[in-house]
Design a binder for this molecule. Structure first.
Ligand SMILES: [Zn+2]
Length: 563
């Protein structure tokens, strides 16, 4: 059986709900732990079936939006999802109140109960309307951004199509492209400001209704951050500013020299190499074959994992008409199989899909034995250590895809990873300001963004462009609008994955075992406990960022970037 053979049937929600509630009542009244455990397995089987049915509809809809059947099914899934969430919450409450809680904790580990507590804490019937409003405003942002039609080079371009010109080798084209790109945001400035202002107030109101002081802690709780606080994150940001920002600044200087520009401006930042970016040397089929070889060379486990992905047709990689943009990795819990979706475009993005998304998939593959679905989905910062970790640990194999350009790819990968971290912390600090001060004006928000940019990007020169100097760049960042506080996760994960890479330089084998251990843990442990088991140092501790930066500086200095 391959992916196409997996039968999709629409959930009979009335019937399922009835059966589920019967099981739940029996679970509540269970006379012994064995009976309770048995019922819990049945409940899990049911929720796994639901999850799989929903994911099949979602995947097949995103593979072809013109398929009317799955378009309808996707709508159906959206409609019944709140009902399913409410059923699951009932189940969570029963688990937390179970008289066999001690035995259950012994069986599943305490973290499950922490996760359940977080799911319940951030929700109550009183905030349903506000959640709906948050959703509506989020959709407005997405709609506004996708409405962009930028006239350039004789044709209409959307925002992502503009990247081609923003990275162009001709400096005057890059500058003109940036001006046009910016114009779209500037012309819609009031609307962007209004959507965000409303989102901030809706979230603030939600927090207050749920008994929080403001949205900050609710935001953290929604992300299920159970073993660190906003104070730890603050320490991390300070250390990044102190130790990592100077390294990133030196990389921008190197870049300016490399591309031969003395007055390095913002529109020069996306242009990395005079002779073009490193590109993979073959098409999709060729790359998948190379990836399979790479994964067998890496370990038996990754080899078997990747063969399964190919055999069962769990990779949909090529771009096609009717396919939704972007890429993702998801999981079919009934079959215990991951699925990778992407739109190959012939750039190094293809290699990223085959390492980053494959890292997510490999984690799900290695944690497939968990009985509870909650352990298959780690919190975001941890999930990104799995994926970015795979990017770093497969660096020695990049000859497979890039042949003589492998070093160039490795340099640009490291360059991008380092430069990302200050951006990640800037986005995070901005959001703390926003939710701690929900009533400031849009103008004040933008001024704060600009102040933070000066802190995290001291090299940056906007060449007098007014909109950017007033602090408007963040309008482009989807997470700030749609996923509050979800962003520092990438910076934390980068710094953790870099540590795996540094470890691997000293001992490949034990690092690989640590990485596999981390993947097998999946979501069964909170972030810090999980990374500690892979010998990754706590990024919030004074000294960790400094130590990593010292290693990175050594590697950066040793790499020849004039390739
Ligand atoms: Zn990812």
């Amino acid at each position: 059986m391959t992916f196409d053979d997996y039968l999709y049937t629409r959930l009979d929600i009335e019937k399922e709900e009835k059966e589920f509630l019967v099981l739940l009542e029996e679970f509540k009244g269970a006379k012994s732990f064995d009976i309770a455990y048995d019922l819990l397995s049945k409940i899990n089987e049911k929720t796994n079936d639901w999850q799989t049915s929903f994911q099949l509809a979602h995947i097949r809809n995103s593979r072809n939006i013109y398929n009317e059947f799955y378009a309808k099914e996707k709508e159906f899934v959206n409609d019944v999802s709140p009902r399913v969430t409410s059923l699951k919450n009932k189940y969570y409450k029963a688990l937390l109140a179970s008289k066999f809680r001690k035995e259950l904790e012994k069986e599943f580990g305490e973290h499950l109960f922490t996760l359940l507590e977080y799911s319940l804490k951030v929700f109550s019937d009183d905030v349903i309307d506000l959640l709906k409003e948050e959703n509506r405003l989020s959709n407005e942002y997405t709609k506004l951004k996708t409405s962009a039609k930028i006239l350039f080079d004789g044709k209409e371009n959307n925002l992502s199509q503009m990247s081609f010109y923003l990275e162009h080798e001709d400096r005057s084209i890059r500058k003109k492209a940036l001006i046009e790109w910016m114009k779209f945001f500037e012309e819609n400035e009031e609307e962007f400001d209004e959507i965000y202002d409303k989102l901030v107030h809706v979230r603030d109101a939600m927090a207050k209704k749920l008994g929080y002081e403001n949205f900050v802690q609710l935001g953290y709780d929604r992300m299920k951050r159970s073993d660190y606080t906003y104070k730890d994150v603050k320490v991390f940001r300070e250390e990044v500013q102190r130790y990592l920002v100077p390294l990133a600044t030196s990389l921008y200087q190197k870049q300016a020299e490399r591309i031969g520009i003395e007055d390095f401006k913002y529109y020069d930042e996306p242009f990395k190499f005079k002779n073009g970016n490193p590109l993979p040397k073959g098409n999709k089929e060729w790359m998948v074959q190379k990836a399979e070889k790479m994964y067998y060379d890496l370990s038996d486990e990754t080899g078997e994992f990747f063969s399964l992905m190919i055999e069962k047709d769990l990779l949909d990689l090529s771009a096609r008409k009717g396919k939704v943009g972007g890429g993702y990795c998801t999981y079919l819990s009934k079959f215990k199989e991951p699925f990778i979706f992407s739109n190959f475009n012939g750039t190094s993005y293809n290699a990223k899909v085959l390492t980053h998304e494959a890292g997510h998939a490999f984690q799900k593959y290695l944690s497939r034995a968990y009985k509870v679905f909650e352990y298959l989905v780690p919190t975001y910062e941890l999930a990104e250590v799995h994926s970015i970790g795979m990017e770093f640990l497969t660096r020695p194999f990049m000859e497979e895809f890039f042949e003589e350009d492998a070093d160039k790819y490795r340099f640009s990968h490291l360059d991008r990873s380092i430069k990302f971290i200050p951006y990640g912390t800037c986005v995070d600090e901005f959001q703390h300001f926003v939710y701690e001060n929900p009533d400031v004006t849009p103008k004040e928000r933008k001024a704060e963004w600009r102040r933070l940019e000066e802190k995290y990007f001291p090299h940056r020169d906007y060449d007098g462009m007014d909109f950017l100097l007033r602090g408007g760049l963040w309008f482009k960042q989807m997470h700030i609008f749609l996923k509050p506080f979800y962003y520092i996760d990438y910076a934390l994960a980068q710094l953790s994955a870099m540590q795996l890479w540094i470890q691997s330089k000293e001992d490949k084998k034990s690092t690989w075992n640590n990485y596999m251990k981390l993947c097998a843990i999946g979501g069964s442990k909170p972030f810090l406990e999980a990374i500690e088991s892979a010998n990754i140092k706590n990024p919030f501790k004074h000294g960790t960022v400094k130590e990593v930066v010292e290693h990175l500086t050594m590697y950066v200095d040793a790499l020849d970037d004039r390739i």
